[in-house]
Each structure stands twice: as structure tokens, then as C-alpha cells.
Design a protein around this ligand. Structure first.
Ligand code: 6PG
Length: 262
């Protein structure tokens, strides 16, 4: 049963019984948005999330019926962030996606726009990715790419992509991509910035598991404090936000649940 909760922050919250139904619904939404974008503009641009939650989604998209419904040669994959490691590293978001999806489907190589995080200079890797975005989206000065879809996760500390609490990246307003030293991880990350995320046509937060429940409640029902809870900075100016979560992650939300016919 799909239930829809309207939180006071106005984003749509869809609650699914378990990770399986959540993942199937996210795969359906991916296909719907891809078909719509391709029909309207001949291509579908998406910035993918890293982390572990989306692994099942990427794997599912490579299987039927979703696989055959997706025109892979008209999809362009980007990443919302990347760890500062080579693409072969097991902690690489690109590697995770490649294993589960890119190796499994007929997507042309030129449609895969990875962050070249093997560059020992994280700032240079960020600058190179920014140039790739500017070229692909044919951006002028002070323009930001408009992704058809951005898929994001949420860490239990309130970070999203590699926008971590207390980092300058959360307050970045002009660059498209920055390198950010993450003290608690003792490593650099490369991440898209809030103005890029907030220029998207649609942002889907894909969150599952009881360990996210407290933070989800804090983010959606608590004070607006993006420096502490960077996920709150994601509020597209001309786009929608949909939280697609499982019941375990939603278990602390106090908003009344209004169910809609599944
Ligand atoms: C990353 C992601 C990160 C992730 C959250 C949630 O590079 O790890 O971009 O923002 O979405 O940390 O991660 P899980 O899905 O593993 O809980």
C-alpha cells in the first residue's frame, strides 16, 4: 500500500511497506520520468546518488520489465558526488553503479559522465567535472545545469551527496562542483553544489531503514538549519522534491498519513 504524507515542508513523502516495494516504485518512477523527458526533449539527464541504498534500485533497472522500457542511448548518467578514489576502488560510487547497472545495459560510453576522482588533486577533479557539465549543458556564465532528475540519499547525520554538516560546500552559491575535505571521514569528496541540485526539475530522496528514522523526522519536522542538516538545503526553486521512503525510515514521522489507492 502506498501512503502519501504531506509534511509542513511541502515535499511529497511516499511511504512504502518495505525496501522491495520502495525500490520497485522508484524504478517505475525512473522509467516514467525518462519516458517523459525523452518525449519532450529527446534525452533524460540524471545525477545519481552513491551510497548503499540505491544499489538495489540500480540492479533492478537492469532487469525486466524496466530494462526494456528504458531507451538507454538517450539517457545521460552523471553523479551527484564521488569519493576521492579511482573508479576501480570498491568505495567508488561510479564502481558501485558500473557493477550493478552500467555493465548490464547497452548504454553508450559517451552517455556516462563520471567524476574523474582518480586525479590526486581533488580540486582539479572538481574543476574538470564542472567543465564537463558546462560543456554538456552548454552553460553560460552564472548558469546552472538543470537535471531532469536528481537521485539523493540521506546520511543519518543529515548529509546528502557530499554536502556534510559544517562544510563550506553547503554554503557554495556560485560553483557547480567543489572538492570538500570531510574531517570525520579523513578524506576529500567531490560534490555537486546546492545551486545545481536546486535547479533540478525533480529531486527524489531515496531513503530506507530504521536507522534513518530519527534524522528523517528531524529534517522534515524540525527547525530549518541546513548548516547542521545539509539535506534541508535541497529545495529546488522550480522543481519538485519527492521523498520515497520505506515504513521503517518513516516510523518516527508524526505527520498524519493519508493513504491513497495503490
Ligand atoms: C555517498 C552518497 C551519500 C549517501 C548517504 C546515504 O557518496 O555515500 O552520496 O550522500 O547517499 O550517505 O548513504 P546510504 O544509502 O549508504 O545510507
Amino acid at each position: 500500500m502506498q501512503e502519501v504524507i504531506r509534511s509542513q515542508l511541502k515535499p511529497e513523502i511516499q511511504v512504502f511497506t518495505n525496501p522491495e516495494t520502495l525500490t520497485q516504485a522508484a524504478a517505475d518512477e525512473f522509467v516514467r520520468q525518462a519516458e517523459r523527458a525523452i518525449q519532450a526533449r529527446g534525452r533524460f539527464t540524471i545525477a545519481l546518488s552513491g551510497g548503499s541504498t540505491p544499489k538495489s534500485l540500480y540492479a533492478l533497472l537492469a532487469t525486466q520489465p524496466w530494462r526494456k522500457r528504458i531507451p538507454w542511448n538517450q539517457i545521460h548518467f552523471f553523479w551527484g558526488d564521488e569519493r576521492h578514489v579511482p573508479p576501480s576502488d570498491p568505495s567508488s560510487n561510479f564502481q558501485m553503479t558500473q557493477e550493478r547497472l552500467l555493465f548490464q545495459v547497452p548504454i553508450p560510453q559517451q552517455n556516462v559522465h563520471r567524476i574523474k576522482a582518480e586525479n590526486p588533486d581533488a580540486k582539479a577533479a572538481a574543476a574538470e567535472y564542472e567543465q564537463d557539465l558546462r560543456q554538456f549543458f552548454q552553460l553560460g556564465e552564472n548558469q546552472f545545469p538543470r537535471f531532469d532528475l536528481v537521485l539523493l540519499g540521506m546520511g543519518s547525520n543529515g548529509h546528502t551527496a557530499s554536502l556534510f554538516p559544517g562544510t563550506d560546500a553547503v554554503r557554495e552559491q556560485s560553483r557547480l562542483v567543489v572538492a570538500s575535505w570531510i574531517e570525520e571521514l579523513n578524506s576529500d569528496r567531490i560534490t555537486l553544489t546546492p545551486p545545481v541540485f536546486n535547479n533540478a526539475a525533480c529531486v527524489i530522496f531515496f531513503v530506507a531503514g530504521a536507522e534513518k528514522a530519527t534524522m528523517l523526522k528531524t529534517v522534515l519536522e524540525g527547525q530549518y538549519q541546513p548548516n547542521l542538516l545539509p539535506v534541508q538545503i535541497i529545495r529546488p526553486t522550480q522543481g519538485k522534491v519527492v521523498w520515497m521512503v520505506d515504513r521503517a525510515a518513516a516510523s518516527s514521522l508524526s505527520t498524519a498519513i493519508s493513504s491513497t489507492p495503490s
